[in-house]
Design a protein around this ligand. Structure first.
Ligand SMILES: Nc1ncnc2c1ncn2[C@@H]1O[C@H](COP(=O)(O)OP(=O)(O)OP(=O)(O)O)[C@@H](O)[C@H]1O
Ligand SMILES: [Mg+2]
Length: 318
């Protein structure tokens, strides 16, 4: 079976200026990430702020080319694909952003916003067919056709996120990359939007790469989970395996820090700050905060390796 997404050693480095006098530095926002997503499944990506989640999202949605590594979508190597193949692949992957206030152009009607992807990708469709398709997409996200001739400011945050989801559905994508799609919403409507996304998965077989800080959300939506730390995946497993037997010390700290998960598995709180992106530590990036770190962790970067049913990047896991 061809996997929908296969990333191998994806990297994205940024050169950043550090003031007038110092030489530019390099931020390894994504530093060798490998993952796979099968059609119709949800990979949740968790990790603290700055760990590279959004950078991964931009690479997988082909918004930004990776600095190194390969990305395959539908088995096609994106880096080698010609323009026609790329155009087709771009219709297969859509993105939903965190902030539905920023992601919808306020000057366009909902009909225009939803019709836009079709106008670009399916230029032969009539305006009427686009409107019909927009109406159908609204119905799938629980909104009536009265919304068509309104503008984004006339909707609540939750409704706007439904519209953003409807827009992502217009080209019938196989993968939706959702970057904190409910984090900006009222707690009371987060569950509704999450349930909508999961219903769409069941009815249309959409796969998700779902980025979130919230482990309760992960519990609700994930099939597989990838834990990121400092531009790398440090642990990857089926959701159940990960929650029942987290193997990386960082994952253990993350799970222990979630108040709703009782009993606490690891009493150790995350110590210290994450390292500076411009001065990455040698060895395992987590060693400065790791309660278990030994000498080897300070010098040798741990590779992601299989332990039981989990992939984990820790010298001590086993
Ligand atoms: N365009 C850019 N130029 C320079 N550095 C960048 C750029 N984009 C991201 N970074 C840096 O790369 C690292 C990863 O950023 P990214 O936005 O992917 O993190 P994130 O996991 O999505 O964080 P958050 O949870 O806060 O959204 C950070 O150190 C960030 O400052
Ligand atoms: Mg982000």
């Amino acid at each position: 079976m061809t996997l929908l997404v296969e990333a191998q050693d994806l990297a994205r480095h940024y050169t950043v200026r550090r003031g007038l006098w110092r030489s530019p530095g390099t931020v390894r926002a994504l530093d060798g990430v490998s993952l796979a997503i099968a059609g119709g499944t949800t990979l949740a990506v968790v990790g603290e702020s700055g760990s590279g989640k959004s950078t991964l999202a931009r690479a997988v949605t082909m918004i930004e080319a990776p600095t190194a590594g390969t990305l395959r979508i539908d088995g096609v190597d994106v880096g080698q694909a010609d323009r026609a193949a790329l155009a087709r692949l771009r219709t297969r992957v859509q993105m939903v952003f965190q902030n539905p206030y920023a992601s919808l152009n306020p000057r366009k009607s909902i009909a225009a916003l939803l019709g836009e992807p079709l106008a670009i990708q399916r230029a032969t469709l009539s305006a009427r067919a686009r409107r019909t398709a927009a109406r159908e997409a609204l119905a799938r996200v629980g909104l009536g056709s009265a919304a068509l001739d309104r503008y984004p400011h006339m909707f609540s945050g939750g409704q706007r996120q439904r519209i953003a989801i409807a827009r992502a559905l217009m080209l019938a994508p196989a993968l939706v990359v959702a970057d904190e799609p409910v984090a900006a919403l009222d707690v009371s409507i987060q569950a509704q939007v999450l349930n909508l996304l999961m219903d769409l998965k069941d009815s249309s077989g959409i796969a998700y790469l779902f980025i979130t800080h919230n482990l309760e959300v992960v519990r609700h939506i994930a099939d597989e989970v990838a834990v990121m730390y400092f531009g790398r995946i440090v642990e990857r497993a089926a959701k159940r395996t990960l929650f029942e037997a987290p193997r990386h010390p960082y994952t253990q700290v993350l799970l222990a820090a979630t108040p709703t998960l009782a009993p606490r598995r690891t009493p150790t709180p995350p110590r210290g700050e994450p390292p500076s992106p411009l001065a990455p530590p040698a060895g395992c990036a987590f060693h400065g905060r790791c309660p278990l770190a030994v000498d080897r962790c300070r010098v040798e970067v741990p590779a992601l390796r299989q332990v039981g049913e989990t992939w984990v990047a820790c010298h001590l896991a086993g």
